[in-house]
Design a binder for this molecule. Structure first.
Ligand code: GLU
Length: 288
């Protein structure tokens, strides 16, 4: 990278599916401090591809909580829901190159086709058993012509034949020391790159946005470490640069599990309502 004039840019990229909690605050603060240490800028991206769970009032609350915490962002905020055509184009491009195929299966159909004790992806979902991969081409064409609801899956076999690797990414620790980390995308199987309800998925949009926004360093929780393996492959297939990655430790709840709104973790909104100050939150998270 010596001599490169690429900007140093980090991003905080919450999904507006609920209010932010302490885990988000920690990640945003780690990003802010790391951007300062690297002399770069921090941008905000709202990952609102889920048409049901993403709500405008939650986006406003996220921006308000971050401002309350004292975190400032450079440039305009990118909202993924405003860029669906760009994601659709990428899916079509991968499809036209034979690297992705339409999948008509519902989640329930995948679970039932996968059988009682399936191999699972790093998120714990059954690996796709290939139902729509082996569809007869005429059957596939007639389903598409009939307008049947479908998503798109990466053909991992063809993808790895196209870019055999070895796949690797640059991994940074808290002190900024860089190591090379081996990526193993095959463990995601034929991953869904476009859902049935939106023409994209978390994995595809995050890769496209990190490229479009010229993110040089992705700093996010260790729960997304395995996702990086798939992101590296998607970057290679799309012909975009790979950022460096830092996967920070997670803030755990009293029961030792990851904080989540669904498990009743206190939100920053709850803490604010109790009179907790931003300085107390920062101190609690180790940002004296
Ligand atoms: N939107 C994701 C989340 O809220 C984070 C994505 C990322 O940092 O890559 O969990």
């Amino acid at each position: 990278m010596t001599g490169s004039s690429a900007p140093i840019r980090l991003r905080f990229a919450p999904s507006p599916n609920g209010r932010l909690h302490l885990g988000h605050a920690y990640s945003a603060l780690v990003n802010r401090d790391y951007a300062r240490r690297l002399g770069g800028e921090l941008i905000l991206r709202i990952e609102d591809i889920d048409p049901v769970r993403s709500r405008p009032e939650l986006i406003a609350a996220i921006e308000d909580d971050l401002a309350w915490l004292g975190i400032e962002f450079a440039g305009p905020v990118r909202r993924q829901s405003r860029h669906l055509p760009a994601y659709r184009d990428a899916v079509e491009m991968l499809g036209s190159r034979g690297l992705a195929y339409p999948c008509f299966c519902s989640r329930a159909a995948v679970i039932s086709a996968a059988g009682p004790d399936p191999a699972r992806d790093p998120d714990g979902a059954p690996l796709y058993p290939g139902t729509c991969h082996s569809l007869d081409p005429a059957d596939r064409a007639s389903r598409l012509a009939a307008g049947l609801l479908h998503g798109w899956r990466l053909d991992i076999g063809r993808a790895l034949a196209r870019v055999p690797g070895p796949h690797r990414f640059r991994s940074l620790d808290a002190a900024g020391a860089e190591t090379v980390h081996a990526a193993d995308p095959v463990r995601w199987g034929d991953a869904l790159i476009a859902r049935r309800d939106v023409p994209t998925s978390y994995h595809l949009s995050v890769v496209i946005d990190d490229a479009v926004q010229e993110v040089s360093h992705v700093v996010r929780g260790a729960d997304l470490l395995a996702s990086t393996d798939l992101h590296i492959l998607l970057q290679a297939l799309l012909g975009v640069a790979s950022p460096a990655y830092r996967h920070h430790s997670l803030i755990l709840g009293p029961d030792g599990t990851k904080l989540a709104k669904s498990r009743g973790s206190e939100s920053l909104g709850d803490l604010r309502a109790q009179g907790v100050t931003p300085a107390e939150i920062r101190r609690r998270l180790g940002f004296g």
